[in-house]
Design a protein around this ligand. Structure first.
Ligand code: E4P
Length: 215
């Protein structure tokens, strides 16, 4: 399974990249607003640092505007993926962008049928938001299971990015379902490593090593 970091903070992206496990990055307007920098500057920094797919989100709401914005974003680098919210205009734009060879990530997805439409329009990726569903009393991961079944039934090549991940258990469940990608914040990514028994085990080995005679 591929792991993406969901942030626009270059320090976080650089750190995860250093660990050797980073496959790509997803950003959104909220993440960009937290950097305090212009989107232009943030995107340049990220694209200089990351080789894998980098999702940059469109703001326009009409199909023509989305396509125009998407072309500008895609021209920045070969690894740009244009993030498009799932609306009728969004889907019209995704279909057009697919015909131009521009990669898309259909986002803000909360149902398997929205994901079906995204695949029909040729989306490269689809991003179901799991944590936000959990937060309103649904079992978010159920839609990942359903999207996976639908895509397998019809051989859609659209890849599933499990998004709005809140904790490592979401990543485990997504991996067991066979989702292609998980995108998560820096804190959750770091938690994938953490285990109290690993810390204790290393501490014990280091202490015992001190007891080994030097000669
Ligand atoms: C995914 O691409 C989105 O940027 C992200 O996962 C949204 O998650 P949130 O619910 O943490 O805002």
């Amino acid at each position: 399974m591929k792991l993406f970091v969901d942030t626009a903070l270059i320090e976080e992206i650089t750190e995860v990249n250093r660990w050797g496990i980073l496959d790509g990055v997803t950003t959104n307007p909220t993440h960009v607003s937290k950097t305090g920098k212009s989107a232009q500057k943030v995107y340049e920094e990220i694209l200089r640092t990351v080789k894998g797919p980098v999702s940059l989100e469109t703001i326009a709401e009409d199909a023509e505007g989305i396509v125009r914005e998407a072309r500008e974003l895609a021209a920045k680098a070969d690894n740009v993926v244009v993030k498009v919210p799932i609306t009728c205009d969004g889907l019209t734009a995704v279909k057009q962008l697919n015909s131009e060879g521009i990669k898309t990530n259909v986002t803000v997805v909360f149902s398997p049928l929205q994901a079906l439409l995204a695949a029909k329009c040729g989306a490269t990726y689809v991003s179901p938001f799991i944590g936000r569903l959990d937060a309103i009393g649904h079992t978010g991961m159920e839609i990942v299971q359903q999207i996976k079944a639908i895509y397998d039934n019809y051989d859609y090549s659209t890849e599933i990015i499990v998004a709005s991940i809140r904790h490592p258990l979401h990543v485990l469940e997504a991996a067991l379902i066979g989702a292609d990608i998980c995108t998560m914040g820096f804190a959750t990514m770091k938690q994938l490593y953490d285990h109290p028994l690993t810390d204790l085990g290393i501490e014990r080995f280091l202490n015992d090593w001190k007891k080994v005679p030097k000669e």
